[in-house]
Design a protein around this ligand. Structure first.
Ligand code: COA
Length: 164
């Protein structure tokens, strides 16, 4: 049976930290579905379509047969069930991630005990990285090179130029 995993997140935008987790996940699972959260509870800079498109471009999407990128709404466990994914992947950056991840893990397990979450420690180069911090740097005119892929760097500049 194929081992299918979901890597869920906001990816607003995708960073080099996310990319590192995706590449490592591909060595562990037969198929990885990057699930872009499109629930309206969080305010996003990029639309779901833009976030999906950026991830596909960064991954040179057509090159991989074992990656899928899609946005989803509603509960993650319901989406995982629809996609026949038995695993969720989450990255852990620092101790501060633990409490949030622990709560989500327990709740997801209560909602669907058949789905297991697998955690990957972030590469130490990205342990301080988050999408919010990247957006703040870009908005205030700082350099985001080496934090996000170059095409995302470009999209951030364009986005903030449009807004201002
Ligand atoms: N490298 C860089 N940054 C990373 C990272 C890594 N390896 N891992 C996490 N991050 C950052 C993200 O950039 C993001 O930063 P931001 O808050 O500045 O945007 C932050 O960590 C949060 O990560 P993310 O994975 O995007 O989590 P989220 O809280 O936005 O979304 C979902 C988590 C989508 C899994 C969760 O909200 C969900 O499941 N939603 C669906 C509804 C549902 O089922 N709810 C019940 C859950 S129990």
């Amino acid at each position: 049976m194929k081992k299918i995993a979901l890597y869920p997140g906001s990816f607003d935008p995708i960073t080099n930290g996310h990319l590192d987790i995706i590449k490592r996940s591909l060595c562990l699972f037969d198929k990885v579905i990057i699930a872009v959260n499109n629930n309206s509870l969080k305010k996003f800079l990029f639309t779901a379509e833009e976030r999906v498109e950026m991830i596909k471009d960064v991954l040179n999407y057509n090159y991989f047969s074992n990656v899928e990128v899609e946005s989803f709404q509603g509960l993650l466990v319901h989406y995982a069930q629809r996609k026949e994914a038995k695993f969720l992947i989450r990255g852990l950056r620092a101790l501060s991630d633990f409490e949030y991840e622990f709560q989500m893990d327990l709740m997801n397990r209560k909602l669907n005990p058949q789905i297991e979450t697998v955690y990957l420690m972030t590469d130490q180069r990205y342990s301080y990285l988050s999408s919010s911090i990247v957006k703040e740097i870009a908005q205030l005119g700082g350099c985001t090179k080496n934090l996000v892929p170059s095409l995302v760097e470009k999209r951030l500049l364009e986005k903030f130029k449009d807004i201002s």
